[in-house]
Ligand binder design. Sequence first.
Ligand code: UT7
Length: 329
Amino acid sequence: MLKVNAAITGVAGYVPDYVLTNKELETMVDTNDEWIKSRTGIEERRILKGKGNGTSVMGTEAVKLLLEKTNTDAGEIDLVICATVTPDMRVVDTANIIALNTGCKNAFTYDINAACSGFLFALTTGSKFIETGAYKKVIIVGADKMSSIIDYKDRATCIIFGDGAGAVLLEPTEEEVGIKDALLKSDGSGKENLYIKAGGSAHPITIDHVIAREQFVVQNGRPVFKAAVSNMSNAVKTVISRNNLTVSDVRWLVPHQANRRIIETVAKMADYPMERVMMNIHKYGNTTAGTIPLCLWDYEDQLKKGDNIILTSFGGGYTWGAIYLKWAY
Ligand code: UT7
């Protein structure tokens, strides 16, 4: 019997209309356009406005477009996984709300929290349900409304993050395409450098936390930068070598969009040419679980069946990894 592979058979994305420019950030914190562009590569990011609008609003739009593009009946979807650190609510899972909004009434759903590596972790998990033959149509969403957990008085974080969502459809194929390999890692010692103190079960939110602004993301940029560069470049190099590939066999490198300097350094350390690196950080900033599917969405018309692609990410936790896949259409 031929091996069943899990292939991405469609990709879609959604970013909100509101554009938060570096110029507008200059009016909010002590920063400037030149610093932001030269230190991060970010020119603008999108912000989801509107009372009561959570991450599911963006995930819903991405999944609606995905179903439409792939001509898929929502009732055929078996599973929806949403990677996010900004669920609409602590209880109910965001994937469940997205499934409800999009008519995926036969799907079971759950969220995955692995910060900026959430999409890679969710894609790997979803692909296993396909490879085992258990399910035929799985949707993976990477979505974050980072503006809901960012302190717009903290210049170390507010310039980086934005809101957005991407989604892919996974289906079985016996062709030699789809997800080929995944290297995924976690190291909890990174919790000192990228975290939100209050709002979880360790520190349920109180008025004192709010006064101290502890409901927002804290990041020590430099150690995170160093760990991101070394772990992503090592993951990419390992996945290339253990699949008997060379750098020239890999058509596209799709890195998590956290900082243009990180992306360039990872490419340099992996000896990978920048012209084959997907990058859209200048217009969306860091959308956490959204960055990688949003890149695939932006570059979709340049992808060809059989292209070797490596996805790589690094994020809070720490979490990181790399996935090797062959594009299926
Ligand atoms: O996606 C999840 C994982 N996250 C990441 O991968 C992010 C990793 N870290 C980074 O991308 C970078 O560390 C940052 C973009 C966060 C910061 O860039 P940096 O080059 O590491 O700057 P820094 O924190 O070392 O600060 C350099 C200087 C400092 O001033 P002094 O002490 O040299 O006088 C900062 O106070 O820049 C100052 N600074 C700023 N100046 C203007 C820090 N933030 C700003 C700002 N505008 N927004």
